[in-house]
Design a binder for this molecule. Structure first.
Ligand code: SAM
Length: 442
């Protein structure tokens, strides 16, 4: 329930901003809490309450009286409207400090745990880093053209972007040409979405098409692909309908993990970690923290296309990867074979429910477990992991709330100790918090 504050409602207030919400808005406490987009911790501001909710109000930032020393000019002209980024006005190092503070507070409040050691934040490029994204596209009659972009921050519309500073090159510079291209198509009102995947060897754009494009459109798409050196794919229905525009065999998309001598293939709509350099550092840190010996037997849950699995296999006796999506399991097997990794095997299983006892991948013994679940966490797997009694468990998380909930169970019910935790700068300028937590058996 929410309600607009009526005209003549509460007057303007002067307030001190205490923290950030999960969406990157400033939080003002004292009395009823107010969330103020654009305000940063430590700033003195003038605000007006514009909307009431049960637990908090929304506020509008009227004036910055004392700006934060960490405030910077946003690089992107679309910042504030586009929902892709919410923290460009905060220096990147301070973004990480804020995310670390959020992780600490969530672990203490929800899980009642503090790690024995805080890890240095894992950093990487903060501009032109995003190699996977889903963009919206819309023919706007009022404007007489197609707009392409992320959703707006405050409304469910496609933001009208000229370019993007966080999308990996060359995708960030392709938004305006792409919008112009779509505007020339006969099916311009039938292309609602574009998936972007920037691989080490190619850039792929997957156009969701609600109608098959006529030949003239196919010719325009082909010219665009040639001119900008990108691969275009069409998706007329579900994910398995994706097909390359160009006939004949195309080289698969690939990314490398050079420290492990690995090259992984993927399809343009597959899950891959968003920030390539940060992923390289994260995989190396994961292998280091697990402290594998040549006798180690590792279980990698939510393994995707083998991103961690194959690197772990380089130092372990064996690794078993488990993943829900059949296509990713196939991709992981192919990646193992192409990289000459013979000590990794892969199984498909739905990990949102406790596994049936006879599952083949549960028959082995494991000395180490890696968990890299989606935002919802790994709740259904925790008792199973505990029964396996591994020496170490490394939990990689993209949501502090579900991480804290799961750590509470692993620590307080299953007797693991939280040896270390830290944040990972996978999603600079967004409010997403990627983190890792190392657990050990006492
Ligand atoms: C954060 S991704 C990690 C993938 C991989 N570890 C990587 O680094 O590329 C989470 C993975 O969990 C898988 N997943 C999501 N829900 C699942 C479920 N219920 N059962 C099994 N796997 C699931 C997704 O398909 C995805 O591959």
């Amino acid at each position: 329930m929410s309600a607009a504050v009526p005209g003549g409602g509460p007057a303007e207030e002067i307030a001190l901003v205490g923290g950030l919400t999960h969406e990157g808005e400033g939080v003002v406490r004292g009395g009823k809490t107010v969330f103020v987009p654009g305000a940063l911790p430590g700033e003195r501001i003038r605000l007006r309450r514009i909307r009431r909710h049960r637990q908090h109000d929304d506020g509008a930032l009227l004036e910055l009286l004392t700006p934060s020393p960490q405030r910077v000019a946003p690089r992107c002209v679309h910042f504030g409207v586009c929902g892709g980024c919410v923290l460009q006005h905060l220096a990147p190092a301070a973004q990480l400090t804020a995310k670390e503070a959020e992780l600490k507070a969530t672990l203490e409040r929800v899980a009642r745990v503090t790690p024995r050691r805080w890890l240095e934040p894992l950093t990487g490029p903060v501009w032109a880093y995003r190699r996977r994204a889903r963009l919206g596209a819309k023919f706007v009659h009022r404007k007489g053209r197609v707009v392409v972009g992320f959703r707006e921050r405050a409304a469910p519309y496609v933001a009208d972007l000229a370019g993007c500073e966080v999308l990996a090159s060359p995708a960030g510079a392709l938004i305006a040409p792409l919008a112009a291209l779509l505007g020339r198509l006969a099916i311009r009102e039938q292309v609602p979405q574009i998936e972007v995947a920037v691989a080490d060897n190619a850039t792929a754009l997957v156009l969701r098409v609600l109608t098959e494009p006529p030949d003239a459109d196919l010719a325009l798409l082909g010219q665009f692909a040639h001119q900008y050196g990108v691969r275009l794919y069409l998706q007329p229905a579900g994910l398995d309908s994706v097909r390359a525009l160009a006939e004949g065999r195309t080289e698969p998309l690939r990314y490398r993990l050079p420290a492990f001598g690995l090259e992984l293939e993927f399809s343009p709509t597959d899950f891959i970690q968003v920030n390539g350099p940060v992923n390289e550092a994260l995989v190396a840190r994961a292998v280091g923290l697990l402290g594998l010996t040549p006798a180690a037997r590792v279980l990698d849950l939510y393994c995707g296309l083998g991103n961690f699995t194959l690197a772990l296999a380089r130092s372990a006796r064996s690794v078993v990867g488990v993943e829900g999506e059949a296509q990713l399991v196939e991709r992981a097997r192919g990646n193992a074979a192409r990289n000459g990794v013979a000590n990794a095997e892969f199984h498909q299983a739905d990990l949102s429910a406790a596994p049936a006892a006879p599952a083949a991948w549960l028959r082995g013994e494991y000395s180490h477990v890696l968990l890299d679940p989606p935002r919802t966490g790994a709740r259904a797997m925790l008792a199973t992991v505990a029964r396996l009694a591994p020496q170490r468990v490394l939990y990689i998380s993209c949501h502090p709330g579900s991480l804290a909930r799961d750590l509470m169970e692993l620590v307080h019910e299953h007797g693991f100790a939280l040896a270390a935790a830290g944040v990972v700068d996978m999603f600079a300028h967004t409010a997403h918090v990627e983190s890792l937590a190392l657990l050990e058996r006492p």
